[in-house]
Design a protein around this ligand. Sequence first.
Ligand code: APR
Length: 308
Amino acid sequence: MKKKVSVIGAGNVGASLAQMIVQSGIADVVLFDIADGIPEGKALDLSEACPLWGSSSSIVGTNDYAHTADSDVIVITAGFPRKPGMSRDDLLNANAKVVSDVTENTSKASPNAVIIVVTNPMDVMAQVSFKVSGFDPSRVMGMGGILDSARFRTFVAWELNVSPEDVEALVLGGHGDLMVPMPRFTTIKGVSITELISKERIDALVERTRHGGAEIVALLKTGSAYYAPAAATYQMVKAILFDEKRMLPCAAYLNGEYGATGIYTGLPVMLGSGGVEKIVELNLNEQEKTDFEKSVSAVKSLVEKLSL
Ligand code: APR
């Protein structure tokens, strides 16, 4: 039997992710949304593409949570995206309500699932989902670091005129303007970019990465990025379904690691069928520690604004 992934929110990110999963044939998909007809229409369209892709995955579009029952993975993309001039944090209260409602319904229907939260402000929404689901924190995580790292990889690849595939990058901390791109841990075939790019240029690439989402919002004007967010989430879904033990930056619940407790933030983790199977602790230098702590404090202050 195929694995089952429920994608909650059939908007830009959710539908793009559903397409990636169905096109690659790695799982069956349930695409859920509250909007009438949208999930059904998109699922039907994707079903009709399957013969052309040579895929035997099935996809069902629905407004009924019963269809999500017994999912292996639940991806939450439901909520509101940013408009120009908005930060991810401006979405806090509206999206907390959506994520809380979605988590309550999906976690009841799939008590053994792993939940991946994409909705912004993502670190806080992961915390909401963790609380509402009552799941072990290893089974609730957020997507942010892979996307931020992919943006950093892209900009580094353009700078050095190398393939983005050969750039490894790491971005820690909250998925917000205070995220912490880590040049020391960003390498081309093992060589740190600190040896290949001037400090001024690295600073510029870090700044562009921090505002990578806003750059796209300003261009699109009616919504936020979705191809790269969907691709980043796809990587997480695949790592969990196939127990790949990938080392990827994801938002995970800290329980003393990196000196913080009871909060979600972006860290390198090992992803497998159990979800976050391990949090990898890196030796941060003083500047990296300060930047990381600032980023975690920003997530904490947002969490405090919610009555969880
Ligand atoms: N239950 C289910 N679906 C909902 C709910 C809800 N309570 N509230 C809203 N939705 C659905 C909307 O109907 C819409 O189809 O969520 C979908 C969101 O899609 P888009 O508006 O296209 O937003 P998208 O670009 O996909 O971004 C979704 O991911 O990256 C983040 O910041 C982004 O928080 C945003 C989320």
